[in-house]
Design a binder for this molecule. Structure first.
Ligand code: MTE
Length: 320
């Protein structure tokens, strides 16, 4: 198909030169407006080599309910094969991503909530009980992994935010800081990265806020210090390094939907029978192995999520 806009993988390599790690004490959340700081503990920066301030919370106790059919993807495979366009348009962004300062890190809760507020990431994490879940992760590029995420159910975060009854969606936003994330200098992208879920999806038991992986605080290339895992949806819904949750009655327009709505829709539920315009979704390459396996409807999580989409099954847009 004809694609007029420059795509991620067409960004020149020169835009993603790795940088040295440095600390940025500036609060780079723009437009926090009238947000009240609610009892925020002081956040402190930590340098390369220093322990992450949340390190004592890991490894979190595994929740045995969520099982995976295949072996876990080796950590070193996952650490060096990532999509994080803020740091480059190819899979080898791990070195560049180390430039991201992840303390201080404030998370804003606003929109249709009882009272907007912001919280430092460590205060947020310590309000929650962390657990480990083994989840499948399926990218629309037809590769997959299986990952031991640590974090907490997104429904606990929604409860903390206290949305009003008129809120139907939660819109999530990644940081914007082109001085460290060189990919954000590419003006043809609609930065910051945005994703959205319905409130029903966000409060589904599978929707998980990730803070750690492989038994420790999450590596920067995975989207530290806070990312989403919604394993029945394609990987692009799994927004990384989140700084804002906005509750709204309007369906958010995601980053990829703004770029190419015909290829990346709001729902993005995994379905092997509905092809992406450029990739069949029938099978997937299992990273870290030499095998390809058939892709499962809802990535194998139908028992948890299919009910949310009753009556929408015939709509192509539910799947892509
Ligand atoms: N979040 C942000 N902020 N920026 C991104 O480029 N890429 C998405 C998603 N979240 C992306 C993002 C895509 S396309 C995928 S497949 C997954 O992150 C990749 O997650 P992984 O690198 O942990 O496998």
């Amino acid at each position: 198909m004809l694609i007029k806009i420059a795509r991620g993988w067409e960004i020149p390599e020169s835009l993603v030169t790795p940088e040295d790690i440095f600390l940025n004490r500036r609060n780079f959340i723009a437009g926090a407006g009238s947000i009240a700081a609610v009892g925020a503990l002081p956040e402190f920066a930590f340098a390369a080599g220093e322990a992450d301030p949340s390190a004592d919370l890991y490894p979190a106790k595994r929740n045995p309910k969520y099982k995976i059919p295949l072996e876990l993807t080796p950590e070193k495979v996952n650490l060096t094969y990532n999509n994080f366009y803020e740091f480059g348009s190819h899979k080898k962004i791990s070195e560049a991503a180390q430039a991201l300062p992840i303390r201080p890190w404030e998370v804003v809760f606003d929109g249709d909530v009882e009272k907007p507020f912001k919280l430092g990431i460590d205060e947020l994490i310590r309000k929650m009980t962390l657990q480990e879940r083994l989840y499948r992760h399926r990218c629309v590029e037809a590769w997959s992994m299986t990952i031991p995420w640590s974090g907490f159910p997104m429904k606990d975060l929604v409860a903390l935010a206290k949305p009003l009854s008129k809120a139907k969606y939660v819109r999530m936003e990644t940081f914007k800081n082109p001085s460290v994330a060189r990919g954000q200098k590419a003006a043809w992208y609609p930065w910051p990265y945005v994703e959205g879920l319905t409130i029903e999806e966000a409060t589904n038991e599978l929707a998980f806020m990730v803070t750690g992986a492989y038994g420790k605080p999450m590596a920067k290339q995975f989207g530290a210090p806070l990312r989403l895992a919604v394993p029945w949806k394609y990987g692009f819904k799994h927004i990384k390094s989140i700084v804002r949750f906005t509750f709204t009655d309007k369906q958010p327009k995601s980053f990829w939907e703004q770029i190419q709505a015909r290829e990346y829709g709001f729902w993005a539920n995994v379905n092997p029978k509905v092809s992406h315009p450029r990739w069949s979704q029938a099978t997937e390459r299992v990273l870290g192995t030499s095998i390809r396996v058939p892709t499962l409807l809802f990535n194998g999580y139908g028992e948890y999520v299919a009910d949310m989409y009753k009556g929408m099954e015939d709509k192509q847009s539910t799947w892509m």
